[in-house]
Design a protein around this ligand. Structure first.
Ligand code: AMP
Ligand code: ZN
Length: 464
């Protein structure tokens, strides 16, 4: 499997630190409002990365944080006259609802920055002790010149950064030793949340949060660190500088970044009036359509949101879901029989093609094309002339692959005639003393919410 590593700027063979295990950290949203559809891109993409790694048999420890202390949160809290935790808790809850709608599975752990302040103070102290940080008037800065590899991830040259930042220096920051130094701890301001620290009351800088949460939940070294490409500099560059200065070891093996989502070929922004929240989209579309749309492009290509492309995504997803429903509902018509070499080979060839797409730096766009091929192949099969074994093998394969992309059978009710056909098959199985098959059918129907009741007048059924 190949993964494009931002650090080396090339695709590399994916080799985990521990065989069979993946630890991954993805920077989560700042929770000051409903998430926008740009935030949804990394959520959806990395959820499919995790699902694919699990499909490949890896045990994945996935951590994604909520940034719940930040200027934007404080600003909104002041506007509403409430504590900033009221704002962050409200939007964490709303974000989780949106995630569920997009079928983004909860991470193994979703740490919150405000609950990890102790670890941040410890790491900042360790940086000071090792000569990588210094305090001036209650502010602690990271000394970028002390970290030899600073700029390696983003490809920036420290001298350019220094001269560039010199002109950007704002009042109050001239206490820095070097214009490119960044804040680890800042003193409290009136009306802001604060915590006690050896440098006075204050709050952490944004970058230290992720270094600390990643270390606490995944250890000093991880396999994958992800986020949107806007995070490469300064956020991830600074995370590397912090984590590696403290541990003396490589922080993350692979750095993965999704490209941006634009609207009608322009950057999404409130001032341009082309700003969409996930919640807003959910009024018009099932959020699974948004997910399908996001995965229809390679994650490293910019993606353009438009009404036409969303309609195309809706139609594409419909086609796949209709195919899945047919695979489910027509199964009962297949003559009972084992899977054949030929039937399995055709399904396997397409499964391998799907895996090849995903193994090539998670090419979900190509994987979706293969899913369409599988559905087209299924549609060429007539249930009456396909053995039940072949049908089931194909159906199980398609379901497994579709699930990696977050696609499943829509919650559409089984047609009455399909229920009756299955009940008939169950009766025949019982008569033939094939109780295993009879039980399997009962369980299959139960999974669809169909309850069977055996009475002396035959089998009755109802929907739960
Ligand atoms: P933020 O809340 O701004 O820290 O962003 C949370 C995540 O969303 C980060 O991984 C960002 O890189 C990502 N992100 C923000 N805006 C966009 C966008 N327009 N397209 C893609 N990713 C984005
Ligand atoms: Zn982060």
């Amino acid at each position: 499997m190949k993964v494009f590593n931002t650090l080396s700027r090339q695709k590399e063979e994916f080799i985990t630190r521990e065989p069979g295990k993946v630890s991954m950290y993805v920077c989560g949203p700042t929770v000051y409002d409903y998430i926008h559809i740009g935030n949804a891109r990394p959520m959806i993409f990395f959820d499919s990365v995790r699902r694919y790694l699990e499909y490949k048999g890896y045990d994945v420890n996935y951590v994604s944080n909520f940034t719940d202390v930040d200027d934007k949160i404080i600003k909104r809290a002041l506007e509403e006259g409430v504590d900033s935790s009221v704002i962050s808790e409200r939007f964490i809850k709303e974000c989780k609802k949106d995630m569920a709608g997009m079928d983004v599975r909860p991470a193994t752990t979703h740490p919150k920055a405000t609950e990890e302040i102790g670890g941040m103070i410890e790491m900042i102290q360790a940086l000071i002790d090792k000569g990588y940080a210094y305090e001036v008037n209650g502010t602690v800065y990271y000394r970028v010149k002390a970290f030899r590899r600073y700029g390696e991830l983003s490809g920036k040259n420290l001298d350019d950064l220094i001269s560039g930042n010199r002109t950007l220096l704002v009042t109050g920051e001239d206490e820095k030793e070097n214009p490119a130094d960044f804040v680890l701890w800042k003193p409290k301001k009136e009306g802001e949340p604060f915590w006690p620290s050896p440098w006075g009351e204050g709050r952490p800088g944004w970058h230290i949060e992720c270094s600390v949460m990643s270390k606490k939940y995944l250890g000093e070294q991880i396999d994958i660190h992800g986020g949107g490409e806007d995070l490469i500099f300064p956020h991830h560059e600074n995370e590397i500088a912090q984590s590696e200065a403290v541990s003396g070891k490589q922080f993350s093996r692979y750095w993965m970044h999704n490209a941006f989502l634009n609207i009608d070929n322009r950057k999404m922004s409130k001032s341009l009036g082309n700003f969409f929240t996930v919640r807003g989209i959910s009024e018009k579309y099932d959020l699974k359509v948004l997910r399908f749309f996001m995965l229809s492009a390679h994650y490293r290509s910019p993606l353009n949101y438009s009404a036409e492309l969303m309609e195309a995504a809706k139609n594409g997803l419909d086609r796949i879901e209709t195919g899945l429903v047919r695979l489910r509902d027509e199964a009962a018509k297949c003559p009972v029989g084992p899977a054949t070499e030929e039937g399995k080979a055709k399904t396997d060839a397409l499964r391998v093609k799907f895996e090849e797409a995903m193994d090539d730096d998670f090419n979900t766009a190509d994987a979706i094309s293969v899913l369409f091929e599988l559905i087209r192949h299924a549609n060429t099969l007539a249930p009456e002339t396909t053995s039940r074994g072949d049908w089931d093998y194909l159906r199980e394969t398609v379901l497994k692959l579709a699930d990696i992309l977050g696609i499943g059978e829509p919650k559409q009710e089984l047609l009455d005639e399909a229920v009756e056909a299955l009940i008939e098959e169950r009766q025949a199985a019982r008569k033939a003393k094939n109780y295993a098959r009879a039980d399997e059918i009962r369980a299959m129907l139960a999974a669809q919410g169909i309850l069977l009741e055996d009475s002396k007048d035959g089998v009755k059924w109802k929907r739960a």
